[in-house]
Design a protein around this ligand. Structure first.
Ligand SMILES: Cc1ncc(COP(=O)(O)O)c(C=O)c1O
Length: 397
């Protein structure tokens, strides 16, 4: 009998058709095999452990002023708008937050979504139609791939951050849409945006830049890398999840064209998923103001990220990161499991990235640095990794 079959069969209230049960059993056998759990599921951290799993880069999840805004706003909210955003797009009902977000990052306009996933899939499903070439970085976020796929575009991936390869592909296939993350969510590399924009101009391509891990962190008052590089008016679309530095559940698309006027009526998540609620907009507006005032926290975040990257490199560990996202490569899943267990036993928690986020033999453990990380915590991460390699003989690349 296949692994887990007995368990699933015995707890099922109703038997599935065998073709379906077989595929579920395949997933269970393939994925739920580390202490009867998925590889990404680890121990619960204890008080005092170093936990770098959340992308709350400015440590805003427990911000008192933001929480107060939420409480007050929930109490005051008396609108019932549990419906698709298509019904609330009259000019006078547009959230002022959209205007504030567009001027924050220097784009012409902005449209909010329920999540970064919805923002990316709505945008790309709309513009990546069947006759369009799409050039997408191999490490671009899955929501970008999914959006391009659902539009039916001709997708040509290019090697990670390799502008020569991108140019070669464009020369071969013709103009299209170039899609990248500005800061890559797995390994923390940064896209060569100046070069990329020059290539886009040269070959008459459009550009989509996902700033999820850059917004709130880079640029003037956290306005993002595009703003920092003075590129906001040179690219066509920017997107971001607001579940990173904004520490909430939402997403947005920015455009320098009239695209945001039509996307509410074309993108499926915009049409077929319900809109954000008034108190959610209030929280995000408050968060935006708080983020803009946090230059000191951003400087500290850069300093601590730099220290952790340097510390890993001093240990001989290969770090690709250029940002606050710092990952160690643990390779095979079995080894990743052992490293994770050892780190957690010693009070160090990162996030596991394995299939389908990485290729099978290149799993990683990601540390998302935040602005509360102390020097002592950095030392603890480094000394634990050191002993994982030298005392436990575990593989960290
Ligand atoms: C680069 C990037 N884009 C988009 C998303 C999706 O964002 P959300 O979690 O808000 O759906 C993520 C989240 O993992 C991300 O890292």
């Amino acid at each position: 009998m296949p692994f887990k079959m007995e368990k699933t069969m015995s707890t099922n209230k109703k038997e599935l058709p065998s073709f379906l049960q077989t595929s579920l059993d395949f997933y269970l056998k393939d994925l739920i095999k580390y202490d009867d759990q998925h590889l990404v599921v680890g121990d619960k951290p204890k008080v005092g452990d170093v936990v770098l799993q959340s992308n709350d880069y400015l440590s805003l999840a427990n911000n008192t002023a933001i929480r107060e805004t939420l409480k007050k706003s929930v109490d005051l909210c008396n609108e019932s708008i549990l419906m698709s955003a298509v019904f609330v797009h009259k000019d006078d009902s547009k959230p002022t937050l959209e205007k504030q977000l567009s001027s924050y990052v220097n784009f012409d306009n902005c449209l909010l979504f329920q999540s970064g996933w919805s923002a990316n899939t709505s945008l790309l499903q709309t513009i990546c139609t069947e006759d369009v070439n799409v050039y997408i970085d191999f490490l671009a976020h899955m929501s970008l791939w999914e959006g391009a796929r659902s539009g039916g575009a001709k997708i040509t991936p290019f090697l990670h951050n390799n502008m020569r390869h991108l140019e070669k592909m464009i020369k071969r296939n013709g103009p299209g849409i170039i899609i990248v993350d500005s800061v890559y969510s797995t390994v923390g590399t940064i896209a060569p945006l100046v070069e990329l924009v020059a290539i886009a101009k040269k070959y008459n391509c459009a550009t989509v830049i996902d700033e999820s891990h850059s917004l709130g962190v880079y640029g003037k008052h956290g306005a993002g890398i595009l703003d920092e590089l003075n590129l906001s008016s040179e690219v066509d679309f920017m997107t971001a999840s607001l579940a990173k530095t904004f520490a909430y559940r939402a997403g947005a698309v920015w455009a320098n064209n009239n695209f945001t006027q039509c996307i509410p009526y074309v993108g499926y998540p915009a049409i077929f998923s319900s809109t954000m609620l008034p108190y959610e907009l209030d929280v995000l507006e408050k968060t935006l103001h708080v983020i803009q005032s946090m230059d000191d926290a951003r400087s500290y975040l850069f300093k601590q990220s730099q220290k952790l990257r340097a510390g890993f490199r001093d240990l001989g560990i290969t770090i690709r990161s250029e940002s606050q996202i710092i990952s160690i490569e643990t390779g095979e899943e079995d080894n990743t499991y052992e490293v994770r267990k050892y780190l957690e036993k010693n009070g160090v928690f990162g996030s596991i990235f394995c299939r389908p986020a990485t290729s099978p033999k290149h799993s990683i453990i990601r540390f998302s640095v935040n602005s509360s990380l102390t020097d002592a915590q950095i030392d603890k991460i480094l000394s634990t990794c050191y002993s994982a390699i030298h005392s436990e003989h575990l593989y960290i690349k």
